[in-house]
Design a protein around this ligand. Structure first.
Ligand SMILES: C[S@@+](CC[C@H](N)C(=O)[O-])C[C@H]1O[C@@H](n2cnc3c(N)ncnc32)[C@H](O)[C@@H]1O
Length: 327
């Protein structure tokens, strides 16, 4: 792995070139540290919002890397390049894979081989890391089966209730939910996993709840337990209600047909990771995950196969990081 000029390893599996805000992801022995990905001298000349071309992925295809402060956006096939990332370095995988349900309209919507995805993630995920993966029902079944044989254990699911719903045809209900499945490594202790409930609690009215049990009878035959909620804050719930694309604010909307709302991704990131953690999005699309990572001070690594969506994500990150500089 490359180290920055002081010799200290950069955090979270990222190797920094000079200057400090510019990152490339880890380089294994297959690539020369002096000229990673064909960069002359191994140096990026302009760091913010710059794209580096001409590199070779492990599988032989070319890749493009754009680095923005702590966000690294890679144009290429995740499966070809995943082997270059440092094992065990990812705290949270936030994945929104193609479901293969709109392949006729969208050429990129090729169903993912989830067994292969599971194997790649099994190498990259930190021992106490978690995976949050979007799915429709049939995709969820495939993911559940494949990840179960890749060393992962299903924890729970969120249901994204999206508005407006999308009509499919007259013989089916309007489609207005997607699932988000949460996995951990088999054998990882739940107590060691990140679940920052306080970060995402929602406000409500304080309340007092009395329940009765016959297990420990008093003279009156029953024992009352009283729970008092003083601050009104509510624990996270399974159903998360966030807008689908037509209801997102105009400044957020891109032309990517499957763009996810940044607020929903921010919710998942706050709940399931800490500041400074590395978050991997293998199917970045318009870059929503990296935008959320930038806002929440996480180190994002995103892959996108289609050049037009890579450019879209790059533009969003350019705008996002420029705003940070202005503010
Ligand atoms: C469902 S979309 C993701 C949308 C994203 N969450 C957003 O908010 O814009 C899936 C994306 O994965 C990309 N993709 C498909 N296979 C890929 C692969 N093997 N490596 C990298 N990207 C891939 C597609 O081009 C598509 O843009």
């Amino acid at each position: 792995m490359l180290t920055p000029e002081g010799g200290t390893a950069y955090p979270a599996g990222l190797a920094s070139l000079s200057p400090a805000r510019c990152y490339l992801f880890p380089v294994t022995s297959t690539l020369s540290p002096a000229t990673p990905y064909g960069l002359s001298g191994g140096r990026a000349e302009s760091c913010q919002a710059s794209a580096f071309t001409g590199g070779k992925a492990a599988g032989g295809g070319s890749i493009v890397i754009a680095a923005f402060e702590n966000q690294t956006l890679i144009q290429g096939d995740f499966f070809q390049v995943a082997g270059e990332l440092e094992a065990g370095s990812v705290a949270l995988v936030l994945a929104d894979p193609p479901y293969g349900s709109i392949t006729q309209a969208q050429p990129w919507d090729i169903p993912v081989n989830f067994a292969r995805l599971g194997r790649a993630l099994a190498r990259l995920l930190h021992p106490t890391g978690q995976i949050a993966i979007f799915a429709d029902f049939t995709t969820a079944v495939d993911i559940y089966t494949a990840f179960g044989t890749s060393g992962f254990e299903f924890r729970f699911t969120f249901i994204w209730e999206k508005y407006p719903g999308q009509p499919v045809n007259l013989s089916r209900p309007i489609s207005d939910v997607e699932l988000i499945l949460i996995f951990k490594r088999q054998g990882a202790r739940v107590g060691d996993l990140i679940f920052n409930a306080d970060e995402v609690k929602t406000p409500g009215q304080p309340y007092r709840k009395t329940s009765f049990t016959e297990v420990n009878p008093t003279r009156r035959g029953i024992k009352a337990t009283v729970f008092e909620n003083h601050d009104g804050q509510r624990h996270p719930r399974t159903v998360l209600r966030y807008p689908a694309k037509p209801c997102m604010v105009k400044s957020e909307r891109t032309t990517h047909p499957c763009q996810k709302p940044t607020a929903l991704l921010e919710y998942l990131i706050r709940l399931l990771s800490n500041e400074g953690d590395t978050i991997l999005d293998p199917f970045t699309g318009s870059g929503s995950t990296l935008v959320a990572c930038h806002r929440l001070k996480r180190q994002g690594i995103g892959f996108e196969l289609a050049p037009e969506y890579f450019d879209m994500a790059k533009t969003r990150l350019e705008q996002e990081t420029a705003q940070g500089v202005l503010l």
